[in-house]
Write a protein that binds this ligand. Structure first.
Ligand SMILES: Nc1ncnc2c1ncn2[C@@H]1O[C@H](COP(=O)(O)OP(=O)(O)OP(=O)(O)O)[C@@H](O)[C@H]1O
Ligand SMILES: [Mg+2]
Length: 208
C-alpha cells in the first residue's frame, strides 16, 4: 500500500492489521494516536456499493456511539479523518487504546471478569436503543483496559456496514424484514460468545 501523509504525523509501529485497514501507532500534535489507513479496495467498495466514504462512515458511527452517555467509556475517542483531498492516504485518527485483548485477559484471569461481561450487555442494549446495530463485537476484535481496578472493554472498530442495511442474500433480507432477525442479532450473538466460546479451562468466580 502506498502511504502518503500530511506533515506532522510520525508513524511509530504497526498496531495491527485488519481486512479493511492497517493500523499504526503514531504521534500527532504531541499525542499518541491510532492511525487507521484503509486499503484502497475497501475505499472503493464502500464508495461504490454503499455510497459512503469509509473513513467518514467509521468516524460517524464512532461518534454516535460516544454520544450515548452510558456507552462513552466503552469506545475509543474519534479524532478525525485525513486524506480526503486525494493527495494523501485516506485514514481515520482515533485514540490509541493501550489495552490487552479479551483473550489475553481471559487467560490471565482464568475467565472474563463480571465487569467485562456486564459491559457487553450494556453495550448491546444501549446501542440497540439508539439504533446502532451490528457493531462487530466478535471477541477477537475487543480490547480491554483497567481503570481503578475494574476491567472494561473498549470498542475501536466501527467500519462494519450493518447487515440489515445490506443483507448479503434474500433469506437474510427476509429475516430482517420480518423481524425473525433483530437488527442487533449479530451483536447479541457475539456477546453470548464472549461468555461461551472463549477457551478457558476454568471460570473465575472472584470477580463475579
Ligand atoms: N484505536 C486503537 N488502538 C490500539 N490498537 C488498535 C486501534 N484500532 C485498531 N487497532 C489494532 O489494529 C487492528 C486492526 O484494526 P480493526 O480491526 O479496526 O481493522 P479493520 O480493518 O476494520 O478490520 P476488519 O476489516 O477485520 O473489521 C486491531 O486488531 C488492533 O490490534
Ligand atoms: Mg472493521
Amino acid at each position: 500500500m502506498d502511504l502518503n501523509f500530511p506533515s506532522g504525523l510520525e508513524l511509530e509501529s504497526v498496531a495491527g492489521e485488519g481486512r479493511r485497514s492497517i493500523v499504526y501507532k503514531a504521534r500527532y500534535r504531541a499525542e499518541t494516536v491510532a492511525l487507521k489507513i484503509y486499503r484502497p479496495e475497501f475505499v472503493e467498495k464502500y464508495r461504490k456499493k454503499y455510497n459512503v466514504n469509509i473513513a467518514d462512515f467509521e468516524m460517524s458511527r464512532n461518534e454516535a456511539f460516544r454520544r450515548v452517555p452510558k456507552l462513552f467509556r466503552y469506545a475509543a475517542k474519534p479524532l478525525g479523518v485525513i486524506g480526503k483531498d486525494g493527495k494523501h492516504s485516506l485514514a481515520f485518527l482515533q485514540e490509541f487504546i493501550n489495552g490487552i485483548t479479551l483473550m489475553e485477559l481471559g487467560r490471565k484471569k482464568g475467565g472474563l471478569p463480571g465487569s467485562v461481561l456486564q459491559a457487553g450487555e450494556v453495550i448491546v442494549k444501549e446501542a440497540e436503543a439508539v439504533g446502532l446495530h451490528d457493531l462487530d463485537l466478535f471477541y477477537k476484535n475487543i480490547l480491554v483496559r483497567e481503570q481503578e481496578g475494574v476491567w472494561y472493554p473498549v470498542i475501536y472498530d466501527f467500519n462494519l456496514m450493518p447487515q440489515y442495511r445490506y443483507p448479503p442474500n434474500p433469506l437474510l433480507a427476509f429475516m430482517y424484514r420480518t423481524g425473525l432477525h433483530k437488527k442487533s442479532h449479530r451483536d447479541y450473538r457475539c456477546i453470548a460468545q464472549w461468555k461461551k466460546t472463549l477457551p478457558f479451562e476454568s471460570r473465575s468466580t472472584e470477580d463475579e
